[in-house]
Ligand binder design. Structure first.
Ligand code: ADP
Length: 465
């Protein structure tokens, strides 16, 4: 029978039945014990007490609803007990859900904060709702200070505003931005910026620092341009002589001889360039493991000095000061690096100059040094000398037969051996000249009878560097 009623009707009915029962039982008992009039009075008083109880519970509930945090949820009897019990369960479920939500939100914020990219959450008016630390760093903004600020007030780059207005968010925008404008030397970074819409017209502004990628791309472009330029000059010369020979020059014996001599010089130059490029690419390839063996350094350096004497053809005084020590390393690579340094000293030191070659193993890390008393190199060039194709004097390097790759090769050989190059130069009238040093880690110094154990420890030392 009760099944036909709705929940509200059922609760009302049960409440009425309960009140009616209490009133009837109390009124009936009092009526039977005393008289009917007293019974009726008691019944009326009972109805009033029930009504007052309901009104009191209602007031407590209303009070609690006004400020659920300040007051505790009241309890009650009968229908009130059931109702308040249900309400209590509902609140508990809601609080649990809120806790789960807060934990999830915290985790989301933690995850978003750990993102390598910058992320700014924007509402449909482009106001900042939230952002992670990377975004703060990229855009020089602060979540505490700039929350609910319109993003276009803070990021004022015209390209960015155009990007927002065009609403073509499928493609990222590349933006060069200047950081810490207040500092005297602001750094410029390149950001790849993209807007992604989500939820109810909300936006996520993602930013990725691509400065390194851009730098590598610039280096790659410069490298290709440099190689093309280096090859174009000898090729143009070769073509010129070929044309001369084809246009009747081959009949003239003197022209033929002169042309062939020039063509041979240019071909040798191109071959040297290609060889240096191949050497450099082998050295830069991390997959090429360093094959190490004991090198008799005094013997190797003496033979390099002999080659230098041939190149100098008596134009320089070449002095050697060599300790006994051997080195655990790759003979071909070490030989190419040291010979580059000595050849440079010969090529860049004017006639009559003095070149001092040293190999020292007695004081700590073993090092090779070549010192000349040439003109010296202006200080501003020193930090860039080991860059590929960097020359102080392009014309002079070319005349000297340089490829511009020598010091880059030296640097890479030393890096592979865990060592480093040192350059000191002075143009002082009294002490002009340059000193190039190649320093190796102490572990690489070895005795002539090197045990396999010592070799292994030298290799381990290098791979750890
Ligand atoms: P290059 O093939 O041009 O010699 P390197 O990489 O070997 O290229 O050297 C780079 C530049 O460093 C040279 O062009 C030259 O200007 C300068 N340089 C190198 N060694 C010396 C030296 N001993 N004295 C003066 N300048 C030097």
């Amino acid at each position: 029978m009760l099944m036909a009623f709705s929940a509200v009707q059922k609760t009302t009915l049960i409440a009425l039945v309960r009140v009616a029962l209490i009133v009837a039982v109390l009124g009936g008992i009092v009526g039977l014990v005393f008289d009917t009039a007293t019974g009726l009075v008691v019944a009326l008083i009972t109805v009033f007490i029930c009504f007052a109880y309901y009104a009191w519970k209602l007031a407590q509930l209303s009070d609690w609803l006004e400020d659920p945090k300040a007051a505790t949820l009241p309890d009650g009897l009968g229908v009130w007990g059931d109702t308040l019990g249900n309400l209590y369960r509902l609140i508990r479920t809601e609080r649990n859900a809120q806790q789960v939500l807060a934990v999830s939100l915290g985790r989301f914020q933690e995850a978003a904060s750990a993102l390598p990219d910058g992320a700014v959450m924007l509402d449909n008016q482009y106001n900042i709702v939230w952002c992670n630390p990377n975004a703060e760093a990229h855009w020089s903004i602060s979540l505490d200070r700039d929350r609910m600020q319109t993003i276009t007030y803070l990021i004022r780059y015209p390209e960015f505003i155009e990007y927002l207005n065009a609403r073509k968010f499928g493609e990222p925008l590349t933006l060069k931005i200047s950081q810490s404008k207040a500092s005297p030397s602001p750094t410029e970074i390149t950001l790849s910026v993209q807007l992604v819409s989500f939820g109810d017209e909300q936006m996520l502004l993602l930013s990725r620092d691509i400065s390194e990628r851009e730098q590598l791309e610039t280096m790659r472009r410069d490298f290709v341009a440099n190689v093309s330029h280096e090859l174009r000059t000898p090729l143009t010369v070769l073509l010129g002589f070929l044309e001369t020979l084809m246009n009747g020059g081959s009949d003239n014996h003197v022209i033929v001889e002169k042309s062939l001599a020039h063509m041979s010089t240019q071909t040798v130059r191109m071959e040297r360039l290609v060889n240096d490029l191949l050497t450099l690419s082998r050295l830069e390839d991390n997959r090429n493991r360093l094959a190490t063996a004991p090198i008799n350094m005094p013997e190797l350096i003496a033979s390099i000095a002999l080659d230098a004497q041939h190149l100098s053809n008596g134009a320089h005084a070449i002095v050697q000061e060599l300790d006994d020590g051997w080195l655990a390393g790759n003979r071909d690579e070490v030989s190419s690096a040291l010979s580059n340094l000595v050849t440079n000293a010969v090529r860049y030191t004017p006639k009559g100059g003095r070149i001092h070659i040293r190999w020292s193993t007695k004081s700590g890390a073993p090092f090779f040094a070549v010192q000349d008393n040439g003109e010296g190199i202006p200080a501003e060039h020193l930090p860039r000398l080991t860059e590929r194709f960097y020359r102080v004097d392009r014309g002079r390097s070319r005349v000297a037969g340089g490829t511009g790759l020598g010091l880059a090769i030296v640097k890479h050989v030393l890096l592979r051996h865990g060592g480093h190059i040192g350059i000191a130069s002075s143009q002082d009238i009294a002490h002009h000249g340059s000193t190039f040093t190649a320093t190796f880690p102490t572990e690489r110094a070895c005795a002539p009878q090197l045990t396999s154990q010592a070799l292994a420890s030298a290799s381990a030392a290098t791979s750890a560097i």
